[in-house]
Design a protein around this ligand. Structure first.
Ligand SMILES: [Zn+2]
Length: 293
């Protein structure tokens, strides 16, 4: 059985076919062209699927990974950054177009699935994957399967509040984890604190060079990271936490950040590995293939 996976993003649609051993046999990439609207995106997804299916001989499974989630209550896509797709019955429409059953999963869940089965979490029973990029998403994989929850929000730790007086989040609440420790959140907080925009890479380099302002900012970040991840471990106690997204490139996260987790977690000795992803940008599309039906 071959596995077709498509990662639907705001700017590109990436597709892959995996063989039975999880090895990649085909990969393709086309622009999303979301400015042409919902029906156009559906047609692009169909043509990508058809091309991938034609590239291999034999039966296939099919999964799509995308930001947002299909509401189990309404069957409509919600929380997508490709806003023309929100409120649309994407799954039902595509199933009709393609004449087959498909699975659609949140991109963070796909990331967690790929890292659990093919990346840093291989061999672990309970994997929590977090993406600290523009926003802050998360996914739970238990025994090789995504755990989505009753309302399809399991793993959405980015919108847990760690400060009720904190900054306003796009979700309408204040002080969500995302507003502090996502790449986008960190950039905003830096501007707020110091009045200048500064690339995070540069802030980290200045931190290692001992610049007082950067040290202060990074220590503030480690503290928030520590609280956020400690809360998560207190509830889920996963076998591993795998980090993706731009912030995962901070080397200090795995030293000082983890030290802060150790400080706040409800155990005398933190044993949970907190590690960087292994699959890079490919995790989304590989995960989409792995969740397919
Ligand atoms: Zn929020």
């Amino acid at each position: 059985m071959y596995r077709i996976g498509i990662d639907l993003g705001g700017t590109k649609i990436e597709g892959v076919v995996l063989d039975a051993d999880g090895q990649e046999v085909v990969r393709k990439r086309i622009p999303t062209e979301r400015e042409h609207g919902y029906q156009h995106i559906l047609r692009r997804l169909k043509s990508m699927h058809d091309e991938l299916a034609a590239a291999v001989k034999g039966p296939t499974t099919f999964g799509i990974g995308t930001p947002g989630a299909i509401s189990p209550r309404t069957g409509l896509l919600k929380n997508s950054n490709t806003v023309c797709m929100n409120g649309q019955p994407v799954k039902a429409d595509l199933e009709k177009m393609l004449g087959r059953k498909i699975e659609i999963q949140n991109d963070a869940n796909c990331f967690a699935m790929a890292e659990a089965l093919l990346g840093a979490g291989q061999g672990k029973k309970l994997v929590f994957g977090v993406i600290m990029g523009t926003g802050c998403g998360g996914g739970i994989v238990y025994k090789g399967e995504v755990f989505t929850g009753a309302q399809a929000i399991a793993g959405e730790w980015g919108h847990m509040c760690i400060d009720p007086h904190g900054p306003l989040c796009y979700c309408g609440q204040k002080g969500c984890i995302e507003t502090f420790i996502s790449g986008g959140g960190l950039e905003k907080r830096y501007v707020e604190k110091y009045g200048v925009k500064r690339p995070l890479k540069e802030v980290e380099a200045a931190y290692f060079a001992g610049e007082p302002q950067a040290v202060e900012f990074m220590q503030w970040f480690f503290d928030r990271f520590g609280r956020a991840v400690a809360n998560l471990i207190d509830i889920l106690d996963p076998d591993i936490v795998v980090i993706g997204g731009g912030v995962s490139n901070f080397k200090a996260v795995y030293i000082e950040g983890v030290a802060a987790v150790r400080k706040y977690v409800f155990t005398d000795e933190l044993q949970t590995p907190i590690v960087k992803h292994q699959l890079g940008d490919s995790a989304g599309v590989l995960g989409a293939a792995l969740v397919g039906i």
